[in-house]
Write a protein that binds this ligand. Structure first.
Ligand SMILES: [Zn+2]
Length: 327
């Protein structure tokens, strides 16, 4: 198969699984899911949108020839920003009504459990889509043995990731039902910046054997690794930074960053967010207004840093870059 045909096949298989049908994420529900939003449309996205569009960080098509930049920020309609086949119609509206249909109550554990839960469910879906994609390549007669080997790791990694995330998902379902678990939630209110992030995070901490390690250590398939969940978004006239961690699998990196975030000024906080966007998270969007303010030079620098650090989960990444220098 020539390279162009190979890329075409890969993109086709990937799209098939990303756009595939998935069952509702809620425990015990057997219905098929509808298009669920990671960030809520009302109250969050609508407030930063221009003509119903926001600016979303995304990877370019495999056919993009520019090796130096595989990522970009593109305008996406608010009906499509970070959507995923998450929940059936009933659960999508019932479970999240608590944070979507009234003022968000940040003092309530359930609020935090719901934001964390939706981020985890979205990541599980992404890992499922990757697993299905890699599995199809592994059994297809169209690809060479050598080529297939490249996907065996993705298969194992996705399987392990799903198992790990399912554990935390189960705990959060208990929280949503009103049964406290070992999850701890905290948040900071700070000066408004039009940035939305929502995702779980695995950091490799050399001091902590329970953190994510490299995939070559595959006897770890049954173990649970430290995962924290970060959400940040503007709401009314402020921004909020939420963290969720489980006491039994505490992420020291997240907690330390959070304490620094809490005790420092806005300038410091923006540098933390800049570091998160350039080295830790691929699920985020900003307002078109903020995109213009940042300028194309800063954004292209950010995309380059992201590309070089995308597989780096170490706790000590230090980048000499601040996306918000001019803010
Ligand atoms: Zn359901």
């Amino acid at each position: 198969m020539d390279e162009k045909k190979l890329l075409h096949e890969l993109e086709k298989i990937m799209k098939k699984h990303r756009n595939g049908k998935y069952k509702c994420s809620f425990a015990g529900c057997d219905e098929y899911s509808i298009k669920s939003h990671v960030f809520q449309k009302n109250g969050i996205l609508k407030n930063i949108a221009e003509k119903q569009h926001v600016s979303q960080f995304a990877s370019k098509s495999l056919f993009n020839n520019d090796e130096s930049s595989r990522f970009e920020i593109r305008k996406v309609g608010i009906n499509d920003v970070y959507t995923f086949p998450g929940f059936c119609k009933k659960h999508d509206s019932e479970i999240f009504s608590f944070i979507e249909d009234k003022e968000i109550d940040f003092s309530n554990r359930k609020t935090h459990a719901l934001f964390a839960y939706r981020a985890i469910c979205q990541e599980i879906y992404r890992k499922r889509a990757s697993l299905n994609f890699a599995s199809e390549i592994l059994i297809s007669p169209d690809f060479s043995h050598e080529f297939k080997l490249l996907f065996a790791d993705l298969c194992m990694g996705s399987q392990h990731g799903i198992k790990n995330l399912e554990f935390f998902k189960g705990q959060l379902e208990k929280e949503i039902d009103g049964n406290p678990t070992h999850f701890t939630f905290d948040f900071v209110e700070f000066d408004k910046i039009d940035v939305c992030i929502s995702a779980p995070l695995n950091i490799y901490d050399q001091q902590n054997p329970l953190t994510y390690t490299h995939d070559d250590n595959l006897n770890i398939l049954n173990e649970i690794y430290v995962t924290s969940i970060v959400n940040t978004f503007p709401y009314n006239d402020k921004s909020y930074y939420l963290i969720a961690t489980n006491k039994d699998y505490e992420c020291k990196w997240t907690l330390e960053k959070f304490q620094l975030f809490k005790s420092n000024d806005q300038k410091f906080r923006l540098k933390v967010i800049s570091d998160l966007l350039s080295t830790r998270f691929e699920f985020w969007c900003i307002s078109p207004k903020l995109q213009r303010k940042l300028g194309s030079q800063k954004i292209s620098e950010l995309c380059k840093i992201w590309q070089s650090e995308v597989l780096n989960f170490d706790d000590n990444i230090d980048v000499d870059f601040n996306l918000f220098e001019s803010c």
